[in-house]
Structure formats: structure tokens, C-alpha cells
Design a protein around this ligand. Structure first.
Ligand code: NAP
Length: 254
């Protein structure tokens, strides 16, 4: 299904990253991939992973930097001519804004979290459009903390609410070009980004106990849903926020 298809993956920090799980699944199905790194430390970890799946297209991109975003899409356009999909798997907030009370969120911390975690999807989709000449599929990763107040998720919950709203507006804006935009709302998974959230271990335990499937979400669960959204099997689906959290979000009180 993915033979000859080309995807850009943003957000692999290491082998535990959700983006890496999705990338491996795409590779296993025959897709060609390009990856981005935000800094040298990530580049050092990413290159061997990418080489392990015979991928040499590993390019710099800090999503806060418009020039880097422009260069990224120019280079991909020159090397590949077109892309079929993008995996946006990026989020960041200042640790102080996750540790402190929400009412103490700083203006700078708010801007940073919203810029990296929500605006970046708009910045990426707007540029991807130019090289998705046969239509395409863009997916992003979100979390239930956008809809409910989850302890310590704080400004990241607000950023995820903005991200989910952006998914709906981008789906509307890009739909005419047959570009679909969807989000996967994943249950908690132990990754680098997640370990920055105070009390994350408790959250994991709570999910496993309360979810209908009585277990935590795996990267493979998310990758399976990602393949669906990136494939023609979901050709009629856009603007959706889909929960891949072992059913946790469906459970009511009592
Ligand atoms: P991860 O492995 O730490 O991936 C997050 C990535 O975002 C890292 O590669 C990170 O780089 C990158 N990033 C941060 N700032 C950036 C910037 N300015 N430019 C480019 N990249 C930047 O964690 P993950 O859990 O897989 O997270 C991926 C996505 O899934 C995030 O949107 C997250 O909110 C979402 N999600 C995660 C969970 C979970 O429980 N893990 C649940 C639901 C949704 P640095 O390491 O250098 O910051």
C-alpha cells in the first residue's frame, strides 16, 4: 500500500518516540521516509536510527524557525518532487509551566508552548501543500488534556486544544486540494516528552486501571491508527480527532 509513497516525519527524539514507531511501521509497508532533527543532540540519535532503515534524508528543522521550515520543504521538493504525507509529532513546554500552578503560567511560556506545539502544524501544513500535488495526508498527535483538565498538563492542554482546532480549520482549508488533516489522541506512553510531566507514572497506572482494555496504550497501537490515516483506507476522513487510548476517554464517572 505504501510502496513508492513518500512521507516526512517530524519529531523523532529517540527509539521510544511515537514518531519513530510510526516511521518503522511505514517503512515496513514500503514507504520512503525523510526525517528532521531540532538540534545536534537529536541529530546524533536520529542518524543511526534512520540509517538502520536505509534512509539518508535527515534534515534540520526547528519548527520555531521559518527559514529552516522553508529550506526543509524546498530541499524535499527538489529531491523528491512531491510528498504523500506528513507526520507531525512535536510538542514542547517550559518545565516550569508544567511544575507550577496553571494560574502562574508565564506569557513567554504560553507563547512557547503554543508556538512549538500548535502553530507548527499550521506552518508545516502550509508549506507541505505546495509539494502535495496529488493530494496527501497530514497527521498530528494530541492528548485528552486538551478536552479535560488533567493534573500537571497545564499549558500543554491549552496548546493541544489549539492544535485540535487547527486540525479542523486546516482540514477545511486544504480539503479542496484533497489534502486530509487528522489527529490521533494517544493515551499516555513513556517517552522523553512525557517524562517531563510531573506525576506521569501515576497517570500511566490510572489509565491502565480505568481503561476498558485494562492496559496502557502502546506505540504500536498509535502506529496502526497512523497507517490508517496516512493510507487510502481513510480517503473520506478529514478533520477528525481520534482517540487511541484503549478506550479511556469513553469511560464516564462511576
Ligand atoms: P518525544 O519522543 O520526546 O518527541 C517529541 C519531539 O518534539 C522531540 O523530538 C522534540 O525534540 C521535538 N521538538 C520539541 N521542540 C521542537 C522544535 N522547536 N522543533 C522541532 N522539534 C521539536 O515524545 P513523544 O511522546 O513521542 O511526543 C510526540 C507527540 O506525541 C507530541 O506532540 C506529544 O504531545 C504527543 N503525545 C504524547 C503522548 C505520550 O504520552 N507520550 C500522549 C499523547 C500525545 P527535543 O527532545 O529536543 O525537545
Amino acid at each position: 500500500m505504501f510502496k513508492g509513497k513518500k512521507f516526512l516525519i517530524l519529531g523523532v527524539a529517540n527509539e521510544r518516540s511515537i514518531a519513530w514507531g510510526i516511521a518503522k511501521a511505514l517503512h515496513d509497508q514500503g514507504a520512503e521516509l525523510a526525517f528532521t532533527f531540532v538540534n545536534e543532540a537529536i541529530e546524533k540519535r536520529l542518524r543511526p536510527l534512520a540509517e538502520g532503515i536505509n534512509c539518508s534524508m535527515v534534515l534540520p528543522c526547528d519548527v520555531q524557525n521559518d527559514q529552516q521550515l522553508d529550506s526543509l520543504f524546498t530541499e524535499i521538493g527538489e529531491r523528491w518532487g512531491k510528498i504523500d504525507g506528513v507526520v507531525h509529532s512535536i510538542a514542547f513546554a517550559d518545565k516550569a509551566d508544567l511544575d507550577n500552578r496553571f494560574s502562574k503560567t508565564s506569557r513567554e511560556g504560553f507563547k512557547l508552548a503554543l508556538d512549538v506545539s500548535a502553530y507548527s502544524l499550521i506552518a508545516v501544513a502550509g508549506r507541505a501543500e505546495a509539494i502535495m500535488n496529488e493530494g496527501g495526508s497530514i497527521i498530528t498527535l494530541t492528548y485528552l488534556g486538551s478536552q479535560r483538565s488533567v493534573k500537571n498538563y497545564n499549558v500543554m492542554g491549552v496548546a493541544k486544544a489549539a492544535l485540535e482546532s487547527s486540525v479542523r480549520y486546516l482540514a477545511t482549508d486544504l480539503g479542496e486540494k484533497n489534502i486530509r488533516v487528522n489527529a490521533i489522541s494517544a493515551g499516555p506512553i513513556k517517552t522523553l516528552a512525557a517524562s517531563g510531566i510531573p506525576g506521569f507514572r501515576e497517570l500511566l497506572n490510572k489509565f491502565a486501571e480505568s481503561s476498558p482494555l485494562k492496559r496502557n496504550t502502546s506505540v504500536e497501537d498509535v502506529a496502526g491508527a497512523a497507517l490508517f490515516f496516512l493510507s487510502p483506507w481513510s480517503a473520506g476522513v478529514t478533520g477528525e480527532i481520534t482517540y487511541v487510548d484503549c478506550g479511556f476517554s469513553t469511560v464516564g464517572i462511576g
